[in-house]
Design a binder for this molecule. Structure first.
Ligand SMILES: Cc1ncc(C[n+]2csc(CCOP(=O)(O)OP(=O)(O)O)c2C)c(N)n1
Ligand code: SF4
Ligand SMILES: [Mg+2]
Length: 313
């Protein structure tokens, strides 16, 4: 159908992202969304995240051309290969700038970025901070396994003290970062935590993140069975651990309370730590664009160029 593009004031052919009652198009089936066979090790936590992403697409009736799946480099970042939709397996640590460009230029798309703890907080640490503070609309799911999986066991920024790896043969000596605190301090407007062993909760967090108007960050514990087996057993009731949801009394608009909650010893809490509504960079840029379009209304391209040159004289 033809609709007015609210961001640019143009008339473009667009298709609504959700099927209205009686609409001809049906939601996608898992078969239609799944691409390649995942090449992860059997038992890797990332399988669960992928399965729940498919479920989200199915449940929310998102269509191929309305989703984009971006990732950096790492085992977890192979994600877009396995999704039958637009996306990119981009550069290590650079998923967010790439996803930002898409989000800002294509307001009609749902932009999802996936990646690992190394990708997000080591090489991509700067991009994480700036994407969060700019409040660019997208959902970023970090599959945190506390290790560099793809490169076969190096210490990551979330590896706990004492973790023995190829880069810390005598045990990690550097203090790990806390992804939730990091996201809060950077200015993310939606901050949540979940674990791949609790599928219902993962889906719940991904849905809430997708519905958030702004930068939504979800830390998802996802075990690397090859290089950090048992890392998250303490958060898994099936392995004798506990899954503690954030208390119902927690005020999600209180950043200090969220910060305090995030400081609990592992396994800590799961759920939404923080959620506030703040204008996005997308909305602010769209406003500037609207103003500029108004100024040049009715002018031909060469006349706009001439105006620019005149200003430069
Ligand atoms: C610029 C650059 N530096 C280093 C690498 C090597 N490298 C690839 S993936 C990776 C770390 C992956 O760890 P993480 O992001 O936690 O993902 P995981 O494999 O654990 O899912 C590294 C160091 C690279 N590909 N590019
Ligand atoms: S190495 Fe670890 S993170 Fe990578 S696929 Fe295997 S289990 Fe998953
Ligand atoms: Mg990792």
């Amino acid at each position: 159908m033809l609709t007015e593009n609210p961001e640019h004031g143009e008339t473009t052919a667009t298709i609504s992202t959700t099927a209205a009652p009686g609409a001809e198009r049906k939601g996608l089936t898992k078969k239609e969304i799944a691409a390649d066979h995942p090449t992860w090790c059997p038992g890797c936590g990332d399988f669960s995240v992928l399965a729940l992403y498919f479920k989200l697409i199915e449940k929310r009736k998102l269509w191929h051309e309305k989703i984009t799946t971006i990732a950096g480099i790492g085992c977890s970042s192979r994600f877009p290969y396995f999704v039958q939709a637009h996306g990119a397996h981009y550069i290590h640590g650079r998923a967010l700038p790439f996803a930002s460009g898409i989000s800002l230029s294509r307001p009609d798309l749902h932009v999802f970025a996936f990646g690992g703890d190394g990708d997000a907080f080591s090489i991509g640490g700067n991009h994480f901070t700036h994407t969060a503070r700019k409040n660019i609309k997208m959902t970023y799911v970090v599959m945190d396994n506390w290790v560099y999986g793809l490169t076969k066991k190096q210490t990551s920024p979330t590896s706990p003290l004492g973790f023995k790896s190829k880069t810390d043969q005598w045990g990690a000596v550097d203090y790990p970062i806390n992804p939730i605190k990091q996201a809060l301090a950077a200015g993310a407007t939606f901050v949540a935590r979940t674990t791949a062993t609790n599928p219902n909760h993962v889906l719940q967090m991904m849905e809430a993140a997708m519905d958030h108007e702004g930068f939504s960050f979800v830390e998802c514990l996802s075990e690397c069975v090859e290089f950090y087996e048992g890392a998250f057993d303490a958060a898994n009731p099936r392995k004798g651990g506990v899954f503690n949801e954030i208390p119902k009394t927690h005020d999600v608009t209180d950043d200090l309370a969220a910060y305090k909650l995030a400081g609990a010893d592992f396994p800590g809490h799961f759920g939404i730590f923080y959620k506030v509504n703040k204008p996005t960079k997308n909305a602010k840029e769209a406003e500037i664009n609207r103003g500029m379009m108004e100024k040049v209304k009715g002018l031909k391209d060469w006349q706009i160029l001439q105006k620019t040159f005149d200003r430069m004289k």
